[in-house]
Design a protein around this ligand. Structure first.
Ligand SMILES: *Cc1c(COP(=O)(O)O)cnc(C)c1O
Length: 385
């Protein structure tokens, strides 16, 4: 239990606007850039609506700010993975917005989903039957999205299941299929033969539901195969200025920066071990900066001894292991006056993009972004307009 005095001090700190620098770093999102990227996708697919994928809290960046900013820019379709994510966004979006739950209709959630006006993506025959049964029970036709599996073997109805559904008595009387969607396995490899095969299957399956709109493209497909945009495009990554296919376009505006605080600078002589297990031993006298960010913040342990941060355009290599709450950068190359405790160094920004980190870590940019933890101050800049 904190003492009464401690509670009072905390209150006073809040009242006088004293900001307590507990944050591991500052994650900034430029909303003007997000909107510019949204508009760029629209230029690639002028005939389609752009539905923003804001699942996983808008890839960890803050869906409750980003989704309304996109709504101000005209976006009306929003995709999340879970019903809980959709419910969180309902009140911050205009009434005309549509929220879709990609992971489908969880058992028993029909009422909550329907009454909140959220559209489930029906991924299985069971989900389709449950949705129909709910509509019958309420005596009213209810809208939904149908996902078909065209070759990713992840979610959605196969060809035979689709036929079963279309023969199901009363289905089209009670379920208003607004959109038929599928997802590409290899959209980030534009000339992969699997893409053409999935496009062909999607055309055939979607033709069985002619009244529904078509949705196939994620970010990579919106940029690299924009002729497959259909009626509703589903970009996530590109909204944040990250190119899903390396160098596919130069027209995206970077939207994210991440800076971490220097919490201590020290000079160490030659042959001194640094960090856990002394993975790194100084080869000569070095100056080291301890940064207030570690793997608990989603700054991957795999960057130890490989990654770098930047200060004033100078690359500062990370040495030794990344700890839970700290990591160490070698700052010998810059003058002692130029780097001191409380300075901020760049982790993501002008010199190091999310894609650069993903390449270095041999992972997807999505994984780099969504790993970034909760201990950052999130700062939104730029105007939503
Ligand atoms: C996550 C997701 C997207 C968005 O993917 P990006 O690569 O971020 O554009 C689109 N469609 C579905 C079905 C998804 O799961």
């Amino acid at each position: 239990m904190p003492s009464e005095a401690a509670v009072r001090l905390n209150e006073i700190a809040g009242r006088i606007g004293l900001s307590v620098p507990v944050e591991a770093g500052v994650l900034s999102v430029d909303l003007s850039a997000v909107i510019a990227n949204y508009r760029f996708v629209q230029t690639k697919a002028p005939a389609a609506r752009i539905g923003a994928v804001v699942k996983a809290d808008a890839y960890g960046l803050g869906a409750s700010t980003i989704a309304p900013a996109l709504a101000v820019a005209g976006c009306r379709d929003f995709f999340v993975a879970h019903l809980a994510e959709a419910l969180e966004l309902v009140s911050s979006l205009p009434e005309s917005a549509r929220l879709y739950v990609l992971n489908g209709l969880a058992p028993g959630m029909e009422g909550l989903c329907a009454e909140a006006g959220i559209l489930p993506v029906l991924n299985t025959l069971e989900q389709a039957r449950d949705w129909q049964a709910y509509a019958v029970a309420k005596g009213r036709k209810w809208p939904a999205v149908l996902q078909v599996d065209t070759g990713m073997s992840r979610l959605g109805l196969g060809t035979d299941e689709l036929e079963t559904l279309l023969r199901q008595p009363g289905f089209s009387d009670w379920v208003d299929l607004r959109v038929v969607m599928s997802h590409l396995a290899c959209a980030d490899i534009p000339d992969a033969p699997a893409n053409a095969e999935q496009v062909r299957r999607f055309a055939a399956m979607a033709a069985r539901v002619p009244e529904a709109e078509r949705s196939l493209a994620n970010s990579a497909a919106a940029i690299g195969m924009s002729e497959q945009a259909g009626d509703l495009v589903r970009p996530g990554l590109v909204l944040y200025g990250i190119d899903p296919i390396s160098d596919a376009t130069t027209e995206l505006r970077p939207a994210i920066t991440l800076d971490a605080r220097v919490i201590q600078v020290r000079s160490v002589p030659v042959s001194v071990g640094v960090g856990y297990d002394h993975d790194y031993v100084t080869p000569s006298p070095r100056r080291l900066a301890t940064l207030s960010i570690g793997y608990a913040d989603g700054w991957p342990r795999a960057l130890g001894g490989r990654g770098a941060v930047w200060l004033n355009g100078v690359r500062l290599p990370l040495v030794g292991r990344v700890s839970m709450d700290t990591c160490t950068a070698d700052v010998t190359e810059i003058s002692a006056e130029s780097v001191q405790a409380d300075d901020m160094v760049e982790l993501i920004g002008q010199h190091q993009s999310v894609s650069d980190l993903a390449t270095l870590l041999d992972t997807a940019p999505h994984a780099v972004l969504t790993a970034l933890g909760k201990r950052f101050e999130r700062r939104f800049t730029g105007q939503a307009h």
